[in-house]
Design a protein around this ligand. Sequence first.
Ligand SMILES: CCCCCCCC/C=C\CCCCCCCC(=O)N[C@@H](CO)[C@H](O)/C=C/CCCCCCCCCCCCC
Ligand SMILES: [Ca+2]
Ligand SMILES: [Zn+2]
Length: 287
Amino acid sequence: MERAVVDTFLRGIPSFPSADKMANIFSYESSEVDWCEDNYKHSEIVVEYFNTMSSFIFFVISPIMLYLLHPYARERNLAVHLVWIMMVFVGIFSMYFHMTLSFMGQMLDELSILWVLAIGYSLWFPRRHFPSFVKDRRSFSQMVLVMTVVTTIFSFFKPTANAYALNFFALHIIYSLLVELKDCPNQRVLRLTWASIGLWVLAISCWISDRFGCSFWQKLNFCYLHGIWHILIVLATAYASTLIAYLDATLEIPYSLPDVQYWPRDSWAIGLPYIVLKGTTKLRKRC
Ligand SMILES: CCCCCCCC/C=C\CCCCCCCC(=O)N[C@@H](CO)[C@H](O)/C=C/CCCCCCCCCCCCC
Ligand SMILES: [Ca+2]
Ligand SMILES: [Zn+2]
């Protein structure tokens, strides 16, 4: 198709960048979003140095979580690993976005989060809350897939709204967890729930403060809140995903007697949570 035709077609769509702009979606600072950290302060090729470097946390936590969740994934479904494999891509795209502040970086960063959420919902959304027209988890996952593909396409029309929309998923997850755990007597599980919510509250406070309180933080010469958000949101995801996986295990593989422990030492005040399966496996049970 002629470039002029493409251009005319694209200009007809509200908020869609023209073909000229499309060519520049990879260029530095082509995103409308610019975080509080000073640009090019420490490097000529890395726009936001601390925000870029703090994304390294994704590459530290993801392999540890893949290792810690493996016994549960082996018993339940190896597809569970997709969540933390995908988190590595979120980290790569987050680094790319803050290094360039390009429109493409922004879209890859936001869309990879959307796909992590889609995988999480497909795997872990409780069966009893499925809409009545959905007959099993396979159909539910197919429905989530279709919705995610449609949302992926529409997210190009109002890119700045995507991040706000994504944050609302956290509210839905917290609401669902609180409903699920209303009468839970297990203190370890309750501790994990409040730690997940506490980390998320700290994380989102940093995200909002960086977005809307930048002039205040600039006066204090402390413009690193978005980088701190990266670290806290990865930890919140580690805590929340373990909690959700634990609840899933109690429903889907109850014979495995799941319990929560902390790595590297269960007795330490801080650590990464994981699931231990104290029961016999399905195979051994049959013998
Ligand atoms: C039954 C549902 C199960 C779903 C479980 C899956 C939970 C994990 C989901 C998402 C991972 C979050 C990864 C965050 C990456 C941040 C990258 C980033 O900083 N991007 C910013 C730009 O650089 C962008 O502005 C941020 C956009 C907002 C992201 C909102 C993410 C929602 C996080 C949900 C975390 C759940 C915590 C729940 C706490 C109890
Ligand atoms: Ca900046
Ligand atoms: Zn970021």
